[in-house]
Design a protein around this ligand. Structure first.
Ligand SMILES: NC(=O)c1ccc[n+]([C@@H]2O[C@H](COP(=O)([O-])OP(=O)(O)OC[C@H]3O[C@@H](n4cnc5c(N)ncnc54)[C@H](O)[C@@H]3O)[C@@H](O)[C@H]2O)c1
Length: 460
């Protein structure tokens, strides 16, 4: 691999799929100055976009889409054919959801690649932005060769996307790096030149680029699971995980990002990509022990939230519990593989009566459990469980909560509550490695025993 600054040039670009990645890429490419034709197969999404409405929550995206549409640099299409006219490059940004085996479903991606190849009026470069197992671009190139009209060459390259939901526009316009995987230097130059001027471009072969994405997300998952393991030790020791992890993360070799205790990772990417990384390792005979452990630890992190509540209030049967946060994190409306929904489902299974709330996400499932406001969710609740640190939850006043809920227990897995302020109102807040586990005994274990002869016992 080597890095080089991205050159700049205005191009006509086709983007297939207008989800979190595709719509952001399309709007940002138009903002940079390219002519963008964005294809979306979902009629409802397409209609919303054509009416100037944004079907997902992503700060700043509405303004960029409106600007692109007004400037005539961003148009939306139902079919690939007209969108490809004049385009040298087509970015595939369709979903690659996980299958029960852990491997992603690449069916929609193959369909999209075939559609582009079949409609290509001239040679085209297909760039896979979706997250895929190493080797996928090579397979897609074979599919494209079969589908392309005679005399048309379709080359497939990889350029995975690293944006974070809730900061997608910022991340796309200010990437830490852009990764371009192609064996053809001319193709790599063409793709690298489409991105914002001056960003670092890592160039490698296609398999390498595909693996960068899996490896990066798996490393982040390992970091989150590690933080939760440290937090579990903190809980057992009665010390504050937030301070401990800050002490660890401020070491520049480690870094504070993703080193926060919480209810475990979720969303459409980390769980799927860890599973994909593991599946790739298994297929290739390369053990992935750390990824395996991160996944197990993550399941445990979600169960631990429910176990903490059970330890605090006893049997959950018949208890009324408010779950605050069912998007997979604050700042997004994405509920895919969300810890909050998982925790709510565990509570329902344990016999609790659950009301769930989220500031941004719409209740796509469990309609009977959904509360329109925080007040509706917590009114008369025996306990409150917080799973994201949304601003709305961070600003809950302890006196208001004490007056609105029935019980006096909160499990704040997201670190949203100021524990002493809630304690002052009589609410016991249990966190992940923080909070008020008041019934811990004094530390009684071997490292302290050296100071006390065995005959005198240990400090009590
Ligand atoms: N969401 C993220 O934060 C993120 C970040 C980096 C990478 N990724 C990866 O990017 C890919 C896309 O993720 P997403 O979250 O944007 O998915 P998404 O489900 O939000 O969007 C995919 C869109 O593609 C459309 N689509 C599917 N087939 C199509 C076709 N043949 N023609 C036109 N449109 C089609 C769907 O209708 C949908 O609107 C996935 O592989 C994902 O792992 C996602």
């Amino acid at each position: 691999m080597n890095t080089s600054p991205a050159p700049m040039g205005r191009r006509r670009v086709c983007v297939v799929g207008a989800g979190y990645v595709g719509l952001t890429a399309a709007a940002c490419f138009a903002h940079i100055g390219h002519d963008v034709a964005c294809v979306e197969s979902d009629p409802w999404r397409l209609d919303e976009l054509r009416q100037g409405r944004i079907p997902i929550h992503e700060p700043g995206l509405d303004a960029l889409v409106a600007q692109g549409a007004a400037d005539g640099r961003l148009r939306f299409y139902a079919e690939v054919g007209p969108a490809l006219l004049g385009a040298e490059v087509a970015f595939l940004c369709v979903g690659t959801p996980p299958q029960p085996s852990g491997e992603p479903n690449l069916g929609p991606l193959a369909v999209a690649a075939r559609q582009v190849a079949a409609a290509a009026p001239r040679d085209v470069v297909v760039v896979v932005k979706s997250t895929v197992p190493p080797g996928s671009c090579e397979a897609l190139e074979l599919i494209c060769a079969e589908a392309a009209p005679a005399g048309v060459t379709v080359r497939v390259a990889s350029s995975p996307e690293f944006l974070r939901e809730s900061r997608a526009v910022w991340d796309f316009l200010h990437p830490d790096r852009v990764v371009v995987g192609s064996d053809d230097p001319g193709v790599a130059d063409l793709i690298g030149g489409l991105y914002p001027e001056g960003c670092a471009v890592v160039r490698c072969d296609r398999r390498g680029a595909e693996l960068v994405k899996y490896a990066a997300n798996t490393f982040l998952a390992v970091k989150i699971s590690f933080a939760n393991e440290v937090a579990r030790l903190c809980g057992a020791l009665g010390t504050d995980a937030t301070a401990v992890l800050e002490g660890v993360g401020l070491d520049r070799r480690i870094g504070t990002a993703f080193l926060r205790p919480g209810p475990g990772y979720g969303g459409s990417c980390l769980p799927k990509d860890v599973a994909g990384f593991r599946a790739a390792g298994e297929a290739l005979g390369a053990p992935t022990w750390l990824a395996d452990a991160a996944e197990r630890s993550n399941h445990q992190a979600r169960r631990a939230v429910v176990a903490t509540l059970r330890a605090a209030v006893g049997s959950l049967a018949g208890k009324q519990v408010a779950v605050l946060g069912f998007a997979f994190k604050a700042g997004t409306d994405d509920t895919r593989d969300s810890p909050g929904l998982d925790i709510a489902a565990q509570l329902v299974e344990a016999g609790a009566s659950v009301r769930i709330h989220d500031p941004l996400a719409a209740p796509l499932s469990h309609p009977g459990l959904w509360a329109a406001g925080v007040g509706d969710a917590v009114l008369g609740a025996d306990a409150v469980v917080v799973t994201t640190d949304a601003a709305e939850y961070r600003s809950i006043r302890p006196d208001w909560l004490a007056a609105t809920m029935h019980g006096r227990t909160a499990v704040d897995a997201a670190g949203a509550f100021d524990v002493p302020a809630f304690s002052a109102e009589g609410i016991t807040v249990y966190g992940v490695g923080r909070g008020a586990p008041t019934d811990f005994p004094a530390v009684v274990w071997s490292p302290l025993r050296w100071a006390h002869p065995v005959s005198e016992g240990v400090p009590g």
